[in-house]
Ligand binder design. Structure first.
Ligand SMILES: *Cc1c(COP(=O)(O)O)cnc(C)c1O
Length: 358
């Protein structure tokens, strides 16, 4: 480890108070967090310390003008109990792509790597070992200048903290193809994992839920004809002879699970196309009985089964019990995450035991 990392351990671990068989998603936090500051010129002050509140000035630029980006990744345990990360380098690359778009400073990849390994090594007892469970890791970067006026902040903070999460027994979801509101337009910030994208989705999502759907399937912002993605998931359509997922051309989040699943399915002999996908193609295939499976993919849910899509007054219902490709994708990722399946792509990275933590 090369990073000059200051480590202060908790003297008051919350670990024994957690019921690992019943963890509500997003509400239980582990003991420690990583923190770093950008002083206007460079990232400094690398530290791991007990999770604690920040003191934030009312004029904090992130609150007013939204310079805030995040990541979501998971640590798991192998069947032998060894802590593992999954494609961590993809997450720092994407964090830095989000940073560039939001006019924020990139974070050094080596420091990120050292920080994640050290933090997870320190929190290894927080990684649940039941199938499908994980330690969810949340890096977040935000503006820290104390000033009003729309401009890029000079100072920033990066935090990384962890939450144990149980197996995501998600029910199959129903989706409303949205034809009034948009998530992302070409030239916008749809490809960045930035706070405002999620704030903007809340009101249309509320209307969709009131109308009886679980989530929105976002369509393109010009014609409302081309499928984009769902909530915090990318989307896949398995037709009789091929699998199609919308191309990542600036308006969808480049999901790492999406990339993983494309690679897995291709290696199993499926044809997977990344291209614009018109709603008429979906409706037509559905009517002809050629649309077999629809599923969403993301780090949190891994793979989520879609049971229904409504587009205007057309309702498409799917029999999720017959989903095979979707189940294969899910079980392969879960098998890789505990190394019960051989990792042929060098995706799985054992957590380095670091000297200050041992
Ligand atoms: C995070 C996210 C995804 C999924 O990305 P993964 O890297 O697979 O977790 C998809 N869409 C949106 C909008 C997201 O925020």
């Amino acid at each position: 480890m090369s990073t000059n990392l200051n480590i202060r351990r908790t003297t008051d671990s919350k670990l024994s108070s957690v019921d690992f068989n019943n963890i509500p998603f997003g509400k239980v936090f582990s003991d420690h967090m990583f923190e770093a500051d950008f002083d206007g010129e460079k990232w400094t002050n690398f530290q791991i310390k007990p999770l604690e509140n920040l003191s934030i000035h009312p004029g904090n630029l992130a609150w007013h003008y939204g310079q805030s980006i995040f990541e979501g990744m998971k640590a798991t345990k192998s069947i032998d109990g060894e802590p593992l990360l999954f494609r961590p380098e993809k997450h720092i690359q994407r964090l830095n792509a989000s940073a560039r778009r939001m006019c924020m400073p990139e974070f050094p990849a080596e420091v990120f790597d050292d920080a994640i390994h050290t933090l997870v090594a320190l929190e290894k007892d927080w990684i649940p070992s039941t199938d499908g469970s994980a330690l969810y890791i949340r890096p977040v970067m935000m503006a820290m200048d104390e000033a009003l006026g729309v401009r890029a902040s000079l100072t920033y903070k990066l935090l990384i903290f962890c939450l144990p999460v149980g197996p995501y027994y998600s029910k199959p979801v129903s989706l409303k193809a949205e034809t009034k509101y948009v998530r992302a337009a070409e030239g916008g910030v749809g490809e960045a994992k930035t706070a405002g994208n999620y704030a903007a989705s809340l009101y249309p999502a509320k209307l969709a839920i009131e109308a009886g759907y679980d989530q929105i399937m976002w369509m393109d912002a010009k014609e409302f004809k081309y499928v984009q993605e769902v909530g915090t998931m990318n989307i896949f359509f398995a037709f009789e002879d091929k699998i199609v997922t919308p191309a990542a051309g600036g308006t969808i989040l480049r999901g790492i699970t999406r990339d993983t699943i494309i690679t897995i399915l291709r290696s199993k002999g499926y044809t997977v196309e990344e291209r614009p996908l018109h709603i008429d193609e979906i409706v037509e295939a559905y009517k002809e009985g050629k649309l077999k499976e629809v599923f969403g993919t993301g780090t949190a849910a891994v793979v989520s089964f879609v049971r229904k899509i409504a587009y205007q007054d057309i309702e498409m219902n799917f029999n999720v019990d017959d989903y095979n490709i979707c189940k294969l994708a899910k079980s392969t990722i879960e098998g890789l995450r505990n190394l019960s399946i051989k990792d042929e792509n060098d995706w799985v990275v054992p957590v380095r035991a670091l000297e200050p933590v041992l």
